[in-house]
Design a protein. Sequence first.
Length: 332
Amino acid sequence: MSSLRYSLVLLIGVILLIISFTQSKYPKIELSEPIIDFGTLRLGDRKQISLEVKNCGNSNLIISKIVASCGCVSVSMKERLIPPSQKGIITIDLTSISGKGKVKLDMFIFSNDPKSPSFPVSLVYHAEINSPLERNQINFGRIDHSELPIIRRIFFSENTRSDLKSHAENLLPYLSMNYPVSQNDNGFFVEMVLHDNAPSGDLHSEAVVHYGDESFTIYVIGHIRSKLIAVPSSLVLNVEKRIATVNIQSRDTVTPIDFTDVKLEIDYIVNGKKDFSANIVGRDQNNVTVEVAYIGDELGTRVSIILGTLILYFCDNGNECSIAVPVLYRSY
């Protein structure tokens, strides 16, 4: 009986040990500080803080991405794989964009921790009232070319405008600043205009406003969606389908792209073999059509490889732009 009791106790102990080992075989993220206090900042001040991340689990912790709720925060992390019981460092760079009061921003650390896949972190600071600007960022957001020109305003909390002067450092040629445009008892507005000759893509610029003896930088951000219609993600060719065409056209009727001087290049990938050819078969101010032909041999069954890339170069209001379309060989 005692032998049976001993065996039963031993079996239960082994089962509990296995359960304990199985349950703990995962990464676990822990932070030195869940709330990061940047202290008191003047408008436009920049401060950097290091955040310690520890892996308290029993398998490698992998940080996949770190996302902040404001473009005024940038983060970097050199080693994103943290072994068990080891630490990693996240460098957080914050620029104050508020003119007064307490500011709270959110940041999320995404990892392979099954219990905390998106770990929240709070970034806080107190904005010292040192500037008549309500904020120092103008965000145009994501806009289409058809919406241009578009205007955003920023408020100066001063009841006089006699000392206001402005000049732009690094202000892009399709941006302009008007000041002041309206006034009330509490202050006046400065206006930023994004004009219709702006190219597609991300917008990053800045302007310096001088008020009395002070200088303030206004950051301009946004994204301008392409004037082009959706182009195919790829062109598929094989020995049975030897010819395919791609058509690209301007969708902006106000300031359409001129394709009359479009240029075509081919980047061959597979051992430099020229298994396909491409020619522009039609073009005008609003459209361009490219015909692609497969001129190679059969590459076998159930094959899918990239043969190369079509690259179209064109000008959009004096700005050089390009489109890349991969060319695939697929035999199934």
